[in-house]
Design a protein around this ligand. Structure first.
Ligand code: IMP
Length: 173
């Protein structure tokens, strides 16, 4: 039997997300910000994050990608849903749930650069440096975590557990 153990509580996450929102507000004060939410794992984080960014000119778009089977990255990134509008000349912030090997975000940064945004930065809730295969710049980071497979707050294991309000790990009881 496996049980879910809390890794980061809803309160810990909320406090950090608030701080990230304030940092982003400060840095994009006089700009029009295009937030690109990488689906599916980031949707819960992004929903909280955008409400913590107090800016008048902020738009949201979605990029659907699939890069994972089970708990191992396949290294192959598949676009399942492209952006609805161009990002040329816009200040773009890519919002990711977790940077693990870095392969997904690196692929997406290369792809989006070809669309000529004015600036392109990354905001990730979690970073697992132990598993990095490629270095990626993360301008806004929630938490650095150890090499554990985490679930909840939008993150899944085989499409399950996205609805947990906190981040947890599966442990043998
Ligand atoms: P990367 O390409 O290895 O950096 O993987 C990025 C994607 O893998 C994330 O957007 C997640 O969807 C998924 N992923 C990586 N680690 C975890 C984890 O611990 N829990 C759930 N999903 C994960």
């Amino acid at each position: 039997m496996e049980q879910i153990v809390t890794y980061l509580s809803a309160d810990q996450i909320a406090e950090r997300v608030k701080a990230l929102g304030a940092d982003i507000k400060r840095d994009y004060q006089d700009k029009r910000l295009a937030i690109i939410i990488v689906l599916k794992g980031s949707f819960v984080f992004a929903a909280d994050l955008i409400r913590a960014i107090d800016l008048p000119h902020l738009r949201v778009d979605f990029l659907g990608v699939r890069s994972y089977e089970g708990t191992e990255s396949s290294g192959v990134v598949q676009i399942t849903n492209d952006l609805s509008r161009p990002i040329e000349d816009e200040d773009v912030l890519l919002v990711e749930d977790i940077v693990d090997t870095g392969l997904t975000i690196s692929y997406l940064l290369d792809l989006l650069q070809t669309r000529k945004p004015r600036s392109l930065k990354v905001c990730a809730l979690l970073h697992k440096p132990a598993r990095a295969k490629i270095a990626v710049p993360i301008e806004y980071l929630g938490f650095t975590i150890e090499d554990r497979f985490v679930i909840g707050y939008g993150l899944d294991f085989g499409e399950k557990f996205r609805n947990l309000p906190f981040l947890g790990v599966l442990q043998r009881a």
